[in-house]
Design a protein around this ligand. Structure first.
Ligand code: SAM
Length: 291
């Protein structure tokens, strides 16, 4: 049974699926490749072709659809029927046979177990901070991860999210009726507002969401430690002067020597106030199950 927060969030995404897109934009598998964002391409290159992947909280599913193009088994799960319906239409239209979609509430361990398999890669991007129980959700999705499997968790950062919260206050007050300013705010995040469905999806998700929490790097490191997940890296990097090239190195790099200790984390998160403000303070932590 969904919690009160869960119900609100589910209703929200049923009304305004995310990230959303105009279905007409996708007429062939090539269109998925053309429209894939640079980070999706980096993920695609970082995950071996023979790996099994699950995208938890896949929404309307562009990422999992794209990843399924080169793989035999990619799952997308979500608890929003509207988002999954859009994803199913895309699946049918492009005949994406290796893309599996299922309605699952990630806070419900029985529903998670009912999936009946474990994966080499578990992605959970931009989801846990909308559940009302981010750590509970994290523990549950580990049930889907194979021993030695890889995980990516994307969350809003406590410091990095501050500018977006300020923009949100401005959008609700002084600029309540000013669509130009609202367009500008959303363009900051997604570059353009040409795809109306997408722009609306982003606006709702970032500015009108009924529930969000924000987190620190230290918190996620503790989640990892308690559950035997080795820390690999964050994007953006948690180490100052990071020189790695994600395009080449990929995103699951074991950075043992560069473990972000407290002063480094504090320094970085303060810098994320301006460095990640375009992305609303979003960051991703990568790790690997130790056994
Ligand atoms: C911000 S969207 C992220 C979508 C996608 N992962 C992305 O990065 O574009 C959050 C998604 O998480 C889903 N979600 C939130 N709470 C959930 C829960 N308890 N169980 C399953 N899905 C959930 C929502 O329905 C929504 O589609």
């Amino acid at each position: 049974m969904a919690t009160k927060i869960g119900e609100k969030v589910q209703n929200f995404y049923n009304k305004t699926p995310f990230p959303d897109y105009e279905l007409d934009k996708f007429n062939s598998k090539d269109d998925l490749v053309i429209s894939a964002y640079p980070f999706a391409k980096i993920l695609d290159r970082s995950i071996p072709q023979n790996a099994t992947v699950i995208d938890v909280g896949t929404g309307t599913g562009q990422l999992s659809a794209f990843l399924s193009l080169r793989r035999k088994c990619v799952w997308g799960i979500d608890f929003s029927d509207s988002s999954l319906n859009k994803a199913r239409q895309l699946k049918e239209k492009l005949k994406l046979d290796s893309w599996h979609l299922k309605k699952v509430d990630i806070l419900d361990s029985k529903q998670i177990e009912a999936i009946g398999m474990k994966f080499d890669y578990v992605l959970c991007l931009g989801v846990l901070h909308h559940t009302g129980n981010a750590y509970g959700g994290f523990k549950n999705i580990l049930r889907l991860l194979k021993p030695k499997g890889y995980i990516a968790v994307g969350l809003y950062n406590k410091m990095g999210r501050v500018p977006l919260k300020m923009r949100k206050t401005l959008a609700k007050t002084i600029f309540k009726d000013n669509n130009k300013v609202k367009d500008w705010f959303i363009r900051m995040q997604i570059g353009d507002v040409e795809d109306k469905e997408r722009a609306r999806g982003w606006w709702n998700d970032q500015y009108l969401h009924p529930h969000e929490t924000s987190h620190t790097i230290g918190e996620v490191l503790r989640w990892f430690k308690k559950n035997n997940i080795a820390y690999y890296q964050t994007v953006p990097a948690s180490t100052p002067f990071y020189q790695g090239n994600l395009e080449i190195a990929g995103v699951w790099n074991d950075t043992n020597e560069a473990y972000p200790n407290f002063p480094i984390r504090a320094y970085n998160q303060i810098s994320w106030i301006w460095k990640t403000h375009h992305e609303g303070g979003y960051w991703i932590t990568f790790g690997r199950r130790e056994n």
